[in-house]
Design a protein around this ligand. Sequence first.
Ligand SMILES: [Mg+2]
Length: 143
Amino acid sequence: MMDKKSLRILLVEDAEFEAEITKRALSGCDFENSMTRVASGEDALSYLRREPGYEDVAMPHLVLLDLNLPRMTGRDVLREIRNDPSLAHLFVIICSASDEPSEVTKAYQATANAYITKPLGLGPLREMMNKVGDFLLNVVKIP
Ligand SMILES: [Mg+2]
């Protein structure tokens, strides 16, 4: 059961600019959160499996997973998460600049909990993150 006071978020994002704007959006959100960023799918899996370098990390309540990552795509990372019994429960949102219907479908086929087309700009992104936070903290139950 999560501590409802603060949402722990793992951001998997290779692009510095995208990571920075997401961090800024979250820091101004209406709900308490703490964000950690990793820059690749491989690092995300190492983090979640508490491999060397990540032994003491706390499990996130939410994984924000960029679709377009080098080597492993967001969908590849998601499949690894779902195939690992210790991680399979994680709430994973795939984030992309694309609103291509086939990409959306493929994300849900890979069992994303949600797919988000990231809005442009800090304000719209913060507004969207506030809705996500409200949904996760006040509407649904998450592990
Ligand atoms: Mg990317």
